[in-house]
Every structure is written in structure tokens, then in C-alpha cells.
Design a protein around this ligand. Structure first.
Ligand code: AP5
Length: 208
């Protein structure tokens, strides 16, 4: 299964990818996590990316396309993958299609998790992540255990979230007609419990 999870910032892509990668037996590839790991490691790429991320802007296509090309060439992607947060622009989608076409392994589906904008701000600003395990929590909807070592993402402050949401509407929403035209898009209502949304995604994929 080669799957793309599409959705606005804080729509629940990472939460769903973590569950689905176990169910489907394929790795989760999150460009946001890869960029944050590069930043934490102090690499030149991480420092460059941070300028864009902290401003709520997209990292240049050439950077993220290179990261994903390398990642999906690794052996653990032979049976498939779940892409979380990539592609985000039409050029990224075209680059991905070209790489997959060379291997005759096209995408199976693109699932859009649809959440109204008014819910996204609360989901983002109250998100916390355990820095040891990477587990995603929410202070209201999925409170962390006492022992968690919580991190608050720098780009989850309200004014940066607003910029990220605007960026999604301006750039990434263009992927919806793109993947509809290719017959790949499945839209899933992202309002409900995480378990309900997992069920809807499995139903959309015919994997119940
Ligand atoms: P990235 O890390 O990909 O951020 P994002 O797409 O903005 O998505 P998020 O991680 O914010 O949210 P999510 O949809 O995964 O939601 P989550 O499951 O955590 O990218 C960060 C930055 O990196 C970008 O701004 C950009 O600069 C750069 N970047 C990354 N990829 C790039 C690319 N391809 N091109 C260019 N630049 C790129 O859930 C959110 C919260 O809601 C959590 O607290 C969770 O517990 C809670 N929650 C989840 N589901 C539910 C539910 N059903 N009900 C209630 N709460 C819920």
C-alpha cells in the first residue's frame, strides 16, 4: 500500500499515520518529523529548513523532494509507505509520481482528512509531543501521562499556526483537484474520535 495522507496542519495526519502504519505493515514517512530531526541534529539542512518552518512557510521543494527520494529508496519501503505531509505542492506531487513511475509502483490512494478551520487552531496550540517516544498528545482530547517528556512545537504558537493554515489554503489545497483528476482522492471526515477516523480511513481504503 502506497498511501498519501493529506490535510491541513493539525488535521490528524500524524495521529492516523502512527496507527495505520501498524495495520498496513508499512513505514510512516513524515517530512515534518524528518526536518525536525535534522534541526535537532544541527545539520546544515536542518538549520536552513528552520528558517522556513519557524515562519510557518513551506521548505523549498528541492529540499523535501531530495529527502523523500532518498527515504523511499530504502528497503523498508519495498512493500509500501504512508506519506504524512508530503507532497504539499503540485511540483512535489509531480516529482513523487515520476520517482514511483520509474519503479512501476504508483500511488494506491490519497486520503484527505477534512477538518474545519475553526477546530484546527485548538488542535495545534494544545498539541504536545513526548520527545522520547514521538507520541502525539493533546492537552484536552488526549492528555499525556505524567511521565511523558513533553515538547511544545515552536510552530504551534497561534500566530505561526495561522500562517501555516493560510499556506495550506494557498499551496496545498491545489492538490485536491490534482488527485481528484487522477482518481486517487478519498475524502474522510476528520471530526470525531481518532478511532472513528481510523475506521473511516480503512473503509475508504477497502481495508475493514
Ligand atoms: P508538519 O510536521 O508536516 O506539520 P503539518 O502538516 O502542519 O501537520 P501537523 O504535524 O501540524 O499536524 P497533523 O495533521 O500531523 O496532526 P496531529 O496528528 O499531530 O510540517 C511542519 C513544517 O515542516 C511545515 O510547516 C513546513 O515548514 C515543513 N514541511 C514539512 N513537510 C513539508 C513539505 N512536504 N514541503 C515543504 N515544507 C514542509 O494532530 C494534531 C493535534 O490534534 C494533536 O494534539 C492530536 O493529539 C490531536 N488530534 C488528532 N486527532 C484528533 C481527533 N480526532 N480529535 C481531537 N484531537 C485530535
Amino acid at each position: 500500500m502506497r498511501l498519501v495522507l493529506l490535510g491541513a496542519p493539525a488535521s490528524g495526519k500524524g495521529t492516523q499515520a502512527a496507527v495505520l502504519c501498524d495495520t498496513l505493515g508499512v513505514p510512516k514517512i513524515s517530512t515534518g518529523d524528518m526536518l525536525r530531526a535534522a534541526l535537532a541534529a544541527g545539520t546544515a539542512l536542518g538549520k536552513e529548513a528552520e528558517k522556513f518552518m519557524s515562519a510557518g512557510a513551506l521548505v523549498p521543494d528541492s529540499v523535501v523532494i531530495g529527502l523523500v527520494d532518498e527515504r523511499i529508496a530504502l528497503p523498508d519501503c519495498a512493500k509500501g509507505f504512508i506519506l504524512d505531509g508530503f507532497p504539499r505542492t503540485v511540483p512535489q506531487a509531480d516529482a513523487l509520481a515520476a520517482v514511483l513511475a520509474k519503479k512501476s509502483t504508483p500511488l494506491d490512494a490519497v486520503v484527505q482528512i477534512d477538518v474545519p478551520r475553526e477546530l484546527l487552531m485548538e488542535r495545534a496550540t494544545l498539541r504536545r509531543t513526548d520527545k522520547r517516544t514521538g507520541q502525539i498528545y493533546h492537552l484536552k482530547y488526549n492528555p499525556p501521562p505524567r511521565e511523558a517528556e513533553l515538547e511544545h512545537r515552536a510552530d504551534d504558537r497561534e500566530e505561526t499556526v495561522t500562517k501555516r493554515l493560510d499556506q495550506y489554503d494557498a499551496m496545498t489545497a491545489a492538490l485536491l483537484p490534482h488527485y481528484t483528476a487522477l482518481g486517487l482522492l478519498r475524502r474522510v471526515d476528520g471530526v470525531g474520535t481518532p478511532q472513528e477516523i481510523t475506521g473511516r480511513i480503512k473503509h475508504a481504503l477497502g481495508r475493514e
